[in-house]
Ligand binder design. Structure first.
Ligand SMILES: [Zn+2]
Ligand SMILES: [Zn+2]
Length: 249
C-alpha cells in the first residue's frame, strides 16, 4: 500500500456534501452518499416552469440577463427558498464555506455536458483561443471572511477541463454588500456600484463563459455581461450551479 493510499484509507475523512455523514473508502472520490446522490439527480431533473425542460437542459434566463446581451444561462438545478436544508442546497453551502477541491471538481464534472453543448452551438473547439472563462466575483466581505472565491475556483476548474484560458476580470469593491440581504432594486444598485471590471483586453473578439454559484434576479451577472459586451466580447454564455425557479422572469 502506498503512503497516499494509506492516508486516503485511514487518515483523510471525506464527508457527504448533502448530509455530512462520513463516506466509506469506496465513496471517497464521490461528492455524495447514495441517498443524497439520488436527491441530487432528482433536483437536476426538475422541469423549468417556462420551457418545461429539465434544469440541466434549460437555457432560460432572467430578463436582466437577456437585456444585458447574454446568450443563455445554463444551470444544474432550480432552487426555492424552502429548499434550504435539502442535500443539493447543502452542496451550495459546502462550496461557499469549505475550500473543497473534491466538491468543486464534482460540480465542474456535472457541468461538462452543458459546456460542451454550448461550445458546439457557438461552433468553437474547446481548446481554441476564441474562448475565455471568468466568474462573477464573490463580495469582498465574504471573500475576506472565508478566504476564497468558490465561483473563481469553479471557473478555473471548467477552464482546465476544456483547455481554455481562465482570466480574473472582475473584483468586488470593499463597500459591496452581500446580494442575498438586498431586494431586487438594491441588488442591482449594489452590483453596479461595486463590481469592478479589469479590462485587460482579453475578452475582445472572444466568447466568454461566465460562471457564478447562484442566480436569483441575475443582477450581478447582468452587470458583468454588460461590461464584457461593451469591452468587445463576441458573446457571453452564463453558467451557474443553481437558478431561482421563477416563471417568465
Ligand atoms: Zn448524504
Ligand atoms: Zn427553461
Amino acid at each position: 500500500m502506498t503512503l497516499t493510499e494509506f492516508r486516503r484509507r485511514f487518515i483523510t475523512v471525506h464527508k457527504c456534501g448533502g448530509c455530512g455523514q462520513i463516506l466509506d473508502y469506496e465513496h471517497t472520490e464521490t461528492a455524495f452518499c447514495d441517498k443524497c446522490r439520488l436527491d441530487w439527480n432528482a433536483a437536476t431533473t426538475v422541469g423549468c416552469p417556462t420551457c418545461f425542460k429539465p434544469a440541466r437542459e434549460c437555457a432560460c434566463m432572467p430578463k436582466l440577463l437577456s437585456r444585458a446581451g447574454a446568450l443563455c444561462l445554463r444551470k444544474l438545478f432550480f432552487y426555492q427558498s424552502e429548499d434550504v436544508y435539502s442535500p443539493h442546497m447543502n452542496m451550495v453551502h459546502w462550496l461557499k464555506k469549505r475550500h473543497s477541491k473534491r466538491m468543486t471538481q464534482f460540480v465542474c464534472d456535472e457541468m461538462t455536458a452543458a459546456v460542451d453543448e454550448e461550445l458546439q452551438t457557438l461552433g468553437v473547439l474547446p481548446d481554441c483561443n476564441e474562448i475565455i472563462v471568468t466568474n462573477v466575483p464573490r463580495s469582498w466581505r465574504a471573500k475576506a471572511f472565508w478566504g476564497f472565491d468558490h465561483s473563481a475556483d469553479l471557473a478555473r476548474a471548467i477552464a482546465a477541463s476544456i483547455g481554455a484560458e481562465y482570466v480574473r476580470l472582475f473584483t468586488s469593491a470593499h463597500s459591496a454588500k452581500q446580494q442575498k440581504k438586498l431586494d431586487s432594486k438594491g441588488r442591482m444598485l449594489n452590483a453596479k456600484r461595486n463590481i469592478r471590471f479589469c479590462d485587460t483586453g482579453d475578452c475582445k473578439e472572444r466568447y466568454v463563459l461566465l460562471v457564478d454559484d447562484m442566480v436569483t434576479t441575475g443582477a450581478s451577472m447582468s452587470v458583468c455581461v454588460k461590461k464584457l459586451m461593451e469591452a468587445g466580447a463576441r458573446g457571453v454564455v452564463c453558467f451557474s450551479l443553481a437558478s431561482k425557479n421563477v416563471k417568465n422572469r
